[in-house]
Design a protein around this ligand. Structure first.
Ligand code: PMP
Length: 284
């Protein structure tokens, strides 16, 4: 049984409880982060904490504990649960209050929950095979830059993609790809340029995105941050996605059309290797 963190306590998972009046439960009034673990150490921890603090401040939520305490909680859960490889999920909600659309008064205490998930991340059958994606309207709210737990549309769209035999969905707004259901989206054009949508309220600023674009620049690969169309994906030499738990994951097909050779491409494979190598070296 897992040990879970709830508001200062480390509890067996079946004793970890949150109020039914919690605003995360009632309104998705909550933000989250997912940090990966390799060799029992945290990947890109500082980046996840910086983004958490931005999500909280955009929503006028207080930070429940300091970054140092967060680090301590992450490390304790890794040790308690014997996590060599996997993820740590963290959620902060605005807390429990009588159900009301108005935010409750400032005394309401935020709820903080963290739990671990063991998962093989480096050795990924999906990354080896490459993902098939389908495009779908991006019908999420317009503040995708804030990492809230309002994930119903992304979860629904991904499930519909699965029902069509695909692995994921690439969301499209005004004819342009925004991002995947839970990852950032990239193409490699026929001249070898990596293209990914620029940061704005349309997408989440991926912590992995930042690190992978840095790897690309160090490899002297040209990077263009601009929107691209589903047709450009079909005509691309390669495509891939990035996220904390999938690192760099090749995309080999969109809407039934093979991308490039229809196999994981060399740029995605190389970036995946380098990202993993650099992350391992910098893990804490
Ligand atoms: N976009 C969305 C919508 C996501 O949910 C995620 C994963 N949290 C990402 C992008 C990738 O972000 P990161 O690299 O920080 O995991």
């Amino acid at each position: 049984m897992r040990t879970v963190y709830v508001n200062g306590d480390y509890l067996p998972e079946d004793e970890a409880k949150i109020s039914v009046f919690d605003r995360g439960f009632l309104f998705a009034d909550a933000v989250y982060e997912v940090t990966s673990v390799l060799d029992g150490k945290l990947i890109d921890f500082a980046g996840h904490m910086a983004r958490l603090s931005r999500s909280l401040s955009e929503l006028d939520m207080p930070a429940p504990v300091s970054d140092e305490e967060m680090l301590d909680i992450h490390r304790t859960l890794v040790t308690e649960n014997g996590i060599e490889e996997g993820m740590i999920y963290l959620q902060v909600t605005r807390g429990a209050a009588d159900r009301d659309f108005l935010f409750p008064d400032a005394e309401t205490r935020p709820n903080l929950v963290l739990f671990t998930q063991k998962k093989s991340l480096v050795d990924s059958p999906l990354a080896a095979r490459g993902q098939k994606v389908v495009s779908a309207d991006d019908l999420r709210w317009r503040r995708s830059d804030i990492k809230t737990t309002q994930l119903l549309y992304a979860s629904w769209a991904k499930s519909q993609a699965h029902a069509k035999g695909a692995d994921d969905v690439w969301l499209v707004r005004d004819g342009l790809v925004t991002e995947g259901s839970s990852n950032n989206a990239y193409i490699v054009t026929t001249d070898g340029t990596i293209v990914t949508r620029q940061l704005s309220s349309d997408i989440l600023s991926g912590i992995t995105r930042q690190a992978v674009l840095q790897c690309a620049r160090e490899l002297q690969i040209k990077v263009e941050e601009r929107p691209f169309t589903p047709d450009e994906v079909k005509a691309a030499r390669e495509a891939f996605s990035t996220s904390a738990s999938s690192f760099v994951c090749p995309v080999i097909e969109i809407d039934g059309v093979a991308i490039g050779e229809g196999e994981p491409g060399p740029v995605a494979r190389r970036l995946r290797e380098i990202y993993i190598e650099k992350s391992r070296a910098a893990a804490m």
